[in-house]
Design a protein around this ligand. Structure first.
Ligand code: SF4
Length: 495
């Protein structure tokens, strides 16, 4: 049996880091972890190939080679996905699709796809493998349960060239105990968080270590701290002792909720384990809008103080922000700008609210007759799929004002400098700084592109010498943020 696994291309979004990757000679930010996990279910004797279209072209001869093509996709990849399934259909190849995109509907793909896998696939895969072997896969496989994480195998990393990625990934949990109305995580994975045990995590870390990976590892969980007790008692102590034994080969980042700020012990353990960055859904400084979307964990607190507390524990905070809530007044745009600048959240992902099918927000807006279209899944394309309370033009204009301001060189570099002062004081990595050829290349490339070619070069040089001469410890971070800034400006077309 020959299986071709295909990961469709995603557009140039905030998180693709596409414009930053060329500085470090990498082809994509993250590997297709879901597909690699699926691949681990396939019998060893089957031949497997994986094409990640974020770095390679899907060739006709790859499709012709395969008996079946397996595709996994998120909504943001839908254009590329459609191209893949149409191409396979044209070549008479049978396609099996799965992934989060299909859990909210799949009618537009019915003409091109033979088999749909809906929901989490751990309980489905053994049946699917048998049916593929017999040549009689069913039309639809639907998971009726939420499988235990103990059923999730170690991903088959042999299918990709890990050196072409900027970071590798691990999944520790699925689900989130919170219930924000715009989020589909709880609908897909539930509110009772399911976790891998420490044996599984250590096995996965060993696997990454043994294939030679050193550097960034992303825990892809939607909320890493959903089960704080297990993290503190079992998982983090195990990671800490593993990292010490292996002399700190990795630096971790993840996503978490703001209540991380309330648990000093947890933050301390995360830093000790090698976590350097957390992405937090801050969403909005408006209490009314937070209450509207049910993000109660962010209410009744000073969000700025919470962010500062996390930063002062040694973790960099990246933030998600949203505008377009019914309760947002015209002052929200300037309030968001002030908040982001004051908090020192350098990597601030601001998006327009969109209603994802199946969420509580979608149901409410549908009832109110306000849904206009399906969401694109792309948080940087200025689209909105429902009729907002504020005038649409005003909302988009205000949104543009936010991104134009926070990513304009003046404000962006100012924020970087403010955060680096905090980082210099509180960040202490146990990883030995290693200067590789790719770091040197990134340095020279940043000098050429940001320090010579860009119009805003004076900001780059100011930061460059300020960090080099006064805070050399954070000089590498200064360069990294300068490169990120270039990516953000390109993504929002501010150049
Ligand atoms: S905290 Fe994050 S993952 Fe959890 S429901 Fe809210 S938006 Fe979704």
């Amino acid at each position: 049996m020959k299986i071709l696994l295909v990961y469709p291309r995603y557009p140039d979004t905030f998180w693709s880091f596409r414009h930053a990757l060329s500085f470090i000679s990498k082809s994509a930010a993250f590997p297709p972890l879901g597909l690699l996990t699926i691949a681990a279910f396939l019998p060893k004797k089957w031949e497997k190939r994986l094409v990640d279209m974020n770095m390679d072209r899907l060739k006709t001869r790859d499709i012709s080679w395969a008996d079946y093509v397996l595709v996994s996709a998120m909504v943001v990849q839908k254009d590329s996905l459609m191209h893949v399934v149409k191409k396979c259909k044209k070549l008479g190849k049978k396609v099996v699709v799965g992934g989060p995109h299909f859990s909210s509907g799949y009618s537009e793909y019915e003409k091109f796809v033979q088999t749909f896998v809906i929901g989490e696939s751990e309980d489905i895969m053994p049946r699917l493998v048998k049916d593929l072997e017999k040549g009689t896969p069913k039309r639809i496989y639907k998971s009726k349960i939420r499988p235990m994480m103990s059923k999730v195998p170690v991903p088959d990393w042999s299918l990709i060239d890990v050196d072409r990625y900027a970071s590798l990934s691990i999944q520790y949990t699925r689900g989130c105990p919170f219930n924000c109305d715009f989020c589909d995580i709880t609908r897909i994975y539930g509110r009772v968080q399911r976790c891998k045990d420490k044996g599984q995590i250590i096995k996965e870390l060993n696997m990454l270590y043994n294939i030679g990976w050193r550097g960034q590892v992303f825990f892809v969980d939607d909320n890493f701290i959903g089960n704080q007790y297990k993290l503190k008692k079992e998982i983090l102590p195990a990671i800490i002792s593993w990292m010490e034994k292996k002399e700190h080969p990795f630096s971790f980042n993840t996503e978490a909720s703001i209540n991380l700020a309330d648990d000093s012990e947890l933050m301390k353990l995360m830093v000790e384990a090698g976590f350097s960055t957390v992405f937090i859904g801050i969403e909005t400084p408006s209490e009314e809008s937070l209450a509207e979307c049910g993000k109660f964990q962010n209410t009744n607190r000073s969000l700025i103080s919470s962010v500062k507390k996390i930063q002062e524990s040694g973790l960099q905070v990246q933030g998600g922000f949203i505008v377009g809530f019914d309760n947002d007044s015209p002052s929200i745009f300037q309030r968001q700008i002030n908040f982001i600048q004051k908090s020192g959240v350098v990597v601030a992902m601001v998006g327009l609210l969109n209603a994802i099918q199946g969420t509580r927000l979608y149901q409410r807006l549908k009832k109110e007759g306000r849904i206009l279209s399906k969401p694109t899944g792309c948080n940087t394309d200025f689209s909105i799929n429902f009729k907002p309370k504020m005038k649409m033009e005003k909302l988009v204009e205000g949104y543009k004002k936010i991104v134009n301001t926070i990513y304009s060189p003046k404000e962006y570099y100012e924020r970087v400098k403010n955060y680096l002062k905090v980082r210099d004081k509180f960040y202490n990595s146990k990883r030995k700084a290693q200067i590789s050829m790719s770091h040197l290349k990134a340095l020279f490339k940043s000098i050429w592109i940001l320090g010579i070619r860009e119009r805003a070069r004076r900001y780059y040089w100011k930061l460059f010498f300020w960090a080099l001469l006064t805070r050399p410890k954070v000089f590498p971070s200064a360069l990294t943020f300068a490169i990120y800034g270039y990516h953000f400006r390109k993504t929002f077309e501010l150049n």
